[in-house]
Design a protein around this ligand. Structure first.
Ligand code: BDR
Ligand code: CA
Length: 313
C-alpha cells in the first residue's frame, strides 16, 4: 500500500511533538504533505516555532510548515501553559529552529492541497483546536467532500473532561470550529481522553525512550518527564498521557484501537458544559452516526510501536 498522504494540524505541545516524530519516523506508512500550526496549548508564534523545532529534531528540515489561525473562530484563546510550560515544549533544551515558515497561510495551504491532490487521497490529522480545519471548510466548502478522512485527538465520553468538568481541551478551546467539523459529513476517527488516558508514559516506558540514546528518544523522555506532573497531580496517574500520538499510531496500526461508530455532537451554547462531546455511545438516540469514537487501546502495543519508530530517527 502506498504511504497515506496527511496534513498534520497541530499546537505543539509535547504530546503533539511525539505524534509528529512518530509520523516522521514512518515514511512507509505516512507521507506528510505539510504541517499546519494553530493556536492552542500556547499562542501561534510558539506553536509555529515548536513545530519547526520538532522537524529539525527528526532530521526533516525540509518539511513544509505553515502558520494558521491565531485565535478561535468566535472567542478568546485559552492556552495550557500550566500543562505544557511557558514555551509549550518545556523539558528538553532544543535549539531555535533554522528552517523558515512557508509564506502561505495554513488555511489556504489546506484548501490548495485538497483542491490539487486527487479527491479522497488526503487525510487531515488535527492534534489541537479545530480552528484551521473549520476555517478551511467555511472558506472553500467544495474541499470537504475531497477529504479522505479526519483522524483527530479531542473530546471524551467516560473520562468527561480535562479542562472543565465536561470538556476536553482541544474541543473546549474552539467548540464552534469542532461543531463545523463534526457536522461536515467527513468520516471522522476520534481519539478521546477515554483512550489517551490509557496511553501513559510509566517510568519503564520513559526509561525505554531514554535508552534509545538518539536525540529524539532522549528528547521524548525529557518532554514526558516535564509534562507528567500535571496528570500525576490531577489524576494520580503513573505518567504523562500521550494523547496526540494515538492519531499517528492509528494511521500505522489501526488494530491497536477499538471503538464504536456513533453520533457525536458538540455543545456550543451551555456555559456549564461548553465544548462537551456528546457521544451517543449507548445508541439511545436516532441521530446518525458521524464518527468512529475510540474507547480502548492496546497500550503495550502502542508503546512498543512508538519506541521502535522513535529509535529510527
Ligand atoms: C489535548 O490538549 C493538549 O493539551 C494536548 O496537546 C492534546 O492535544 C489533550 O486534551
Ligand atoms: Ca495537541
Amino acid at each position: 500500500m502506498p504511504a497515506r498522504k496527511i496534513i498534520i494540524d497541530t499546537d505543539p505541545g509535547q504530546d503533539d511533538a511525539v505524534a509528529m516524530l512518530l509520523a516522521m519516523a514512518s515514511p512507509d506508512e505516512i507521507d506528510i504533505l505539510g504541517i499546519t500550526a494553530v493556536a492552542g496549548n500556547v499562542p501561534l508564534s510558539l506553536t509555529a516555532r515548536n513545530a519547526r523545532m520538532i522537524c529539525e529534531l527528526a532530521g526533516r528540515p525540509h518539511t513544509a510548515v505553515y502558520a494558521g489561525c491565531d485565535r478561535p473562530l468566535g472567542r478568546e484563546l485559552v492556552t495550557a501553559e500550566y500543562v505544557h510550560g511557558k514555551t509549550g515544549l518545556d523539558g528538553p533544551d532544543l535549539p531555535e529552529p533554522k528552517m523558515q515558515l512557508r509564506q502561505q497561510h495554513a488555511v489556504d495551504y489546506i484548501i490548495d492541497t485538497l483542491r490539487h491532490e486527487p479527491a479522497g487521497t488526503v487525510t487531515l490529522c488535527p492534534l489541537g483546536p479545530l480552528t484551521n480545519i473549520a476555517t478551511a471548510f467555511q472558506k472553500a466548502p467544495e474541499i470537504v467532500e475531497r477529504v479522505q478522512e479526519i483522524v483527530l485527538m479531542g473530546g471524551a465520553y467516560f473520562e468527561v473532561g480535562n479542562v472543565t468538568p465536561t470538556a476536553e481541551f482541544n474541543i473546549y478551546v474552539d467548540p464552534e470550529a469542532a461543531d463545523i467539523v463534526f457536522k461536515s459529513g467527513v468520516d471522522i476517527v476520534v481519539m478521546p481522553l477515554d483512550v489517551t488516558h490509557k496511553a501513559l508514559v510509566t517510568q519503564p516506558r520513559n526509561d525505554a525512550f531514554r535508552a534509545l540514546g538518539n536525540a529524539a528518544g532522549i528528547a521524548v523522555a525529557q518532554m514526558t518527564d516535564f509534562f507528567e506532573r500535571f496528570d500525576k497531580d490531577k489524576y494520580d496517574s503513573p505518567g504523562a498521557p500521550l494523547h496526540d500520538p494515538c492519531v499517528t499510531a492509528y494511521l500505522i496500526k489501526p488494530e491497536l484501537f477499538t471503538g464504536r461508530h456513533v453520533n457525536v455532537e458538540i455543545e456550543t451554547t451551555s456555559e456549564l458544559t461548553m465544548g462537551m462531546t456528546v457521544a451517543d455511545w449507548w445508541g439511545v438516540t436516532d441521530r446518525t452516526p458521524n464518527a468512529m469514537f475510540m474507547g480502548d487501546i492496546d497500550a503495550d502495543g502502542f508503546f512498543e510501536l512508538l519506541t521502535k519508530r522513535i529509535g529510527r530517527l
